[in-house]
Write a protein that binds this ligand. Sequence first.
Ligand code: ATP
Length: 968
Amino acid sequence: MELQTGFPLLLQQFKSLFYKNFLLSWRSKRATFLQLFSSFFFIFLIYAIQEAIQASFDSSTNYDDVFDPKAVSWYPIPPCEDKFFVKLPCYDFVWSGNDNDRIRSIVSRIMINNPGRAIPPNKVLSFRNTSDVDEWLLSNPMHCPGALHFVERNATVISYGIQTNSTPAAKRGNYEDPTLKFQIPLQLAAEREIARSLLKDPDFSWMVSLKEFAHPAIDNFSAVASIGPTFFLAIAMFGFVFQITSLITEKELKLLQALTMMGLYDTAYWLSWFWSEGIIAALSSLFTVLFGMMFQFDFFLNNNFAVLYLLFFLFQLNMIGFAFMISAFITKSSSSTTVGFSVFIIGFLTQIVTAFGFPYATRFSNTYRIIWAFFPPNLLAEGLQLLARATSTPGDPGISWSGRTRCVADDDDDTECLISINDIYKWLIFTCALWFLLAIYFDNIIPKSGVRKSVFYFLNPGYWTGRGENKLREGGLCSCNSSVPLPEHEAPDDEDVLNEENIVKRQATDGLLDPSIAVQIRGLVKTYPGTTKIGCCKCKRNSSYHALKGLWVNFAKDQLFCLLGPNGAGKTTAINCLTGITPVTSGDALIYGNSIRNSVGMSNIQKMIGVCPQFDILWDALSGQEHLYLFASIKGLPSASLKMVVQQSLEEVRLTEAAKVRAGSYSGGMKRRLSVAIALIGQPKLVILDEPTTGMDPITRRHVWDIIENAKKGRAIVLTTHSMEEADILSDRIGIMAKGRLRCIGTSIRLKSRFGTGFIANVSFSETNQGTSTGPDTSTTMFHEAVKQFFSHNLNVKPKEENKSFLTFVIPHDKEKLLTNFFAELEDRKSEFGIADLQLGLTTLEEVFLNIAKQAELESAAAEGRFTTLSLPSGTSVQIPIGARFIGIPGTESAENPRGVMVEVYWEQDDSGSLCISGNSPETPVPQHVNAEPMAPSRASTNRVFLGREGPVYGNVIHPMEIGTSNP
Ligand SMILES: Nc1ncnc2c1ncn2[C@@H]1O[C@H](COP(=O)(O)OP(=O)(O)OP(=O)(O)O)[C@@H](O)[C@H]1O
């Protein structure tokens, strides 16, 4: 099937990723709902705050149009309880001059003649002079709203003064103007009664009316301008946090890595996210403006719709770009909320600073404004200020579309225009593009799975032409990678591995590419470099590690090559090198002639490989069918064939019925099957299966084996597994790795015959000879003994397992030549021995595996000179090199045993694969001819005495050859 390439592939990848993002948004409805409609909640809050604040100025006409002001002529002295925040007991007024009869009479008339309400005597306090009043007011704050001070100059002149608490106050939506409420009534009462007293006419009266100017609303409090920036930032923060979470989750779960292995273009990935989030931002901005209009804000009604919409949309888009960029620095999706909260707090603070005029005033230099514009919330705050200022009074027309470029002086002092709404658009577009490019740049240079590109990767022409080396680096940006020498090349001990290596080397030197070979690995070396991370308080050092120490091997077409090896052998590393996830340190590999070290080669390889990674890399919210559609599209399968291919794949892995079920609800086995289907989709020419059947039940496992078996045709398959049965059944060739090296290679039978302990003979006896249930009869014992005798006499072997129905013998390889005659004779004497059935088989692959792993561990322990303690039943403890088989015990020399005694040590591997002592033989004399070496490390070559204490005792290693035996 012809796969798409170039721009059509990019377009197809973009479409399928866009659809994936759409599905993810659709299925996380709560998050999407918040992104789209959180604006309603915030605008409602702005509305409520605006209403509350305006209500507090209700008694003032400053915020209203007053075209026909009313005259007010009714000004009684109000009861003191009407004063806001008054303390009880309170007084309607206090006065001074009480040592004067005439003044006393004037005050009593003020109280009696107060319009509408006579003031009771207990609501008034009198003093002799003004200083006494001041003293009382000082010691009794808020107990009285005003004071009158009278002085009788002469019979015709009485002067007076007024004191009021002149602070305007607001309480629960009401405004208190002290002049109108307290000062004028006191003034009118004092003047009225002074006039009556002087004229001696108790009915003398005149009308005083007060009337304000007709005026339009003087100011318009804009909650949108004052608190809007914070609230609109909060709306954008939902998208910001969800965006970072989605991106980091895809990295964390290695979903992005899986897509990259399938040949994903970076651009398609980022564009798909940008578009899908851009659409949500577009809708969210639309709803923001519509809700603003719905709540009848002048800000939203008077400014042009497009001008408003563009500001909100560009801001939200900018925040998405910002989220992309920030996500490159975050490794855990759980951190995204913290990051979002931090950005919000910083934005909140810088918006306050912006609202106070920084840096959009002529006294600040342009540099400040440029720096300020790189943080999107600042631009939003300034944009909202401009729009609010354009609608500050109800008569203001707002900013029209054509007026968006018009620059209005910011301040009364400022005559120079500093920024227009159009400039804000330009800054938002520019910085958004910048964040987008930086996101791709940082994503490339900040390590993912320990791998990154060079800081100046974009300066390498090969990056743009695709013809350069596939240069990836390892380690963090700030870590100093020490240059590590390559591991020494050791010629393999095993003849088959050596042969394979020579074949590959010869083919590499000749430059010949055998058409039957799918993958040729040429001396692959992978060293994870040691890094020194300089933290704030400490230096952290990791030493380098040679995970692959020179791998030379061919994988043939139409065959399955199984890589076995204990944990940490380097299997996954080898696979990661082949798929381009990990850069190789040295050597190369050709996959169908394409080098993994070359960018073009790697992009060709990605089109022809399918990978089933060790751990399922799936989106919980997507169904099996959707996964297959996505991966097939990323791979470049023509869109016309997608449906058919996906159906076939689902049928193949028996997931048709669960095709529409979300992968999150799949069982472990179903997920593995889906991963296998993804690896096989698009007929890849090389399929890499890393432990594909982990967690599957035996029935499903066998079914997947069938799938793998059928998939061999026309492609090469590389399989890693810890199931020896799987390896045995599926493999055409097996390579067992340990400690980064290939230890053996060949077919299953060859490995068993070369590395197994020998043959297994199972002898089962006929039922009639098995005695009663209470115990074997004498004939059974007789048959058993006869067979045992026969084996012992001819092959020198004892049974490994025995019960009343069968005997099992392990026959070493060196007896192979005797076997034909031996079994022919046994077959002839079957009835004589009471034998029902006779089976001969090779030892299991598992045994081969264990032997190879143990051998590798022994070698490495010997190479590293590691020691362990052997505790003998006699109570002696000796230090012995790990893996040593025969040990002479120092200090046991005697006349009887002049060379002392020795033991054979038995080794086994623990769960982590390390060797540990499983037991030892009884002590036997060391033969006379044996030369035992004291095997202490150089620093403790003798059994020294340290500070009065004995040092450790080191055993003498005896080479097995000296005793006449060979190594296991
Ligand atoms: N990024 C890394 N940095 C340092 N060392 C690493 C890194 N990745 C793997 N290693 C080391 O390289 C060695 C080989 O690891 P690898 O994952 O290839 O083993 P494996 O054979 O696949 O094991 P398993 O069967 O457990 O999957 C291990 O000792 C591992 O600790």
